[in-house]
Design a protein around this ligand. Structure first.
Ligand SMILES: NC(=O)c1ccc[n+]([C@@H]2O[C@H](COP(=O)([O-])OP(=O)(O)OC[C@H]3O[C@@H](n4cnc5c(N)ncnc54)[C@H](OP(=O)(O)O)[C@@H]3O)[C@@H](O)[C@H]2O)c1
Length: 358
């Protein structure tokens, strides 16, 4: 199917979010016309940063209120668009029927547009790697695009924390099948890793969750990651560029999925210590790690860490299709920290304050 034309029109859902905001900015920088879809375009806290982008002043960027929970909300917005970057979260990943219904109405709006030729859908590496039994990671340690979690595991249920991974797969399949049926547009899936990088607006401090965890580190709390999984990261700016390049590419085909990550992986305690290594001027009082996992998981820490250490992260397909050069994680951490302080007003717990308090 046709990639989007140069200077074409692209709708971005979830545009006030961390990745959505960077995707809007990347599209504008590359000359596109952007329809930024947010839940409430009149909310200054979430939308002022979009309105401050230079493209808004000229009208190349427009904002549109649309709540995914209302069928038909994108009907008018998508008319005249060439591409859609469907980045938004949904309200509840645990209800698979609801997820499917939201997909169906977004698909109906794409079909009804008469102009959209490509949809890039944001899934997650959770739809690649999230296993109920970590033994499955030991058995299949290569994390690449055609890897799926063990979907036949009977414990793979929303009640046991798999709703997000399951919901993302529902969406991936719904879009690929609908595009195939339509023949007028194609659906390409992006599975991003853990997004780290600069926030564009103060409200994004509490989203993510990775930037919000870094904010908490700055303030003095470092939380252990679930089942000791290291962070498997992508810079949010590179992730946005991956989305845009996939809208532009002549080398991609309906139903394909691409993982967006740098292949860097780092344990949370090292990320926390990196703040002082990368920005010694901050005199950050590096906190110890708080591990809130249950005793059963804690008892298997060494086993779980060994499994993750052998996991093999691949981004060959994304690099070949888009040519994106992924930033090193050090750069993402540094820029994330500086933006959290400068943009979001996060107060750093410094060594001298800790010493004075003691
Ligand atoms: N961050 C990561 O590390 C990561 C990793 C893998 C995949 N992803 C995927 O990437 C996408 C963006 O993630 P993010 O971290 O940028 O998220 P985010 O900052 O939380 O932004 C998500 C946006 O989704 C919108 N949204 C939520 N429910 C909605 C609804 N019912 N109707 C309309 N909009 C709704 C929100 O819009 P408003 O602000 O307008 O209310 C919000 O701005 C998600 O699909 C996520 O699953 C993220």
């Amino acid at each position: 199917m046709a990639p989007i034309p140069t200077r074409g029109v692209v709708a971005v859902t979830g545009a006030a979010g961390f990745l959505g905001g960077w995707t809007v900015r990347t599209l504008l920088d590359r000359g596109y016309r952007v329809r930024a879809c947010v839940r409430n375009a009149e909310d200054p806290e979430r939308c002022d940063f979009l309105k401050a982008m230079p493209g808004y002043a000229s009208g190349r960027l427009t904002l549109h209120s649309a709540d995914l929970d209302q069928a038909g909300c994108f009907d008018e917005i998508f008319k005249g668009c060439h591409g859609v970057a469907h980045i938004s979260h949904v309200s509840d990943y645990n209800d698979q029927d609801y997820v499917r219904r939201t997909c169906d109405h977004v698909i109906a709006s794409v079909n009804g547009s008469g102009t959209v030729t490509r949809v890039v859908l944001t899934s997650s590496v959770a739809a690649v790697i999230s296993e109920m039994d970590l033994g499955e990671v030991a058995r299949r340690p290569v994390f690449y695009e055609d890897r799926y979690p063990d979907e036949l595991n009977p414990k793979r249920t929303p009640e046991r924390g798999q709703g997000y991974s399951m919901g993302k797969l529902v969406a991936e399949r719904a879009f690929a099948e609908a595009a195939e049926e339509s023949g007028a547009w194609d659906a390409i899936t992006v599975c991003p890793g853990d997004n780290v990088g600069p926030v564009l607006s103060a409200h994004q401090r509490n989203m993510g969750p990775w930037q919000s965890l870094i904010a908490r580190m700055l303030e003095g709390t470092c939380l252990q990651n679930g089942v000791y999984r290291p962070w498997m990261t992508v810079d949010v700016r590179d992730d946005a560029l991956c989305h845009v390049r996939l809208l532009e590419s002549t080398e991609v085909w309906n139903g394909e999925r691409y993982i967006a990550w740098s292949t860097d992986k780092r344990n949370v305690e090292d990320i926390c210590a990196d703040i002082d290594r990368l920005l010694p001027e901050l005199r950050h009082d590096t906190p110890g790690v708080t591990d809130t996992q249950n005793e059963r998981i804690k008892a298997r820490e060494a086993e779980f860490r060994a499994i993750w250490a052998l996991s093999d992260l691949r981004n060959d397909r994304m690099k070949a299709a888009t040519g994106v050069e992924f930033r090193p994680l050090d750069e993402s951490i540094r820029d994330c920290v500086e933006s959290l302080i400068a943009v979001a007003g996060v107060k750093v717990k410094r060594r001298e304050e800790a010493a004075a308090a003691a």
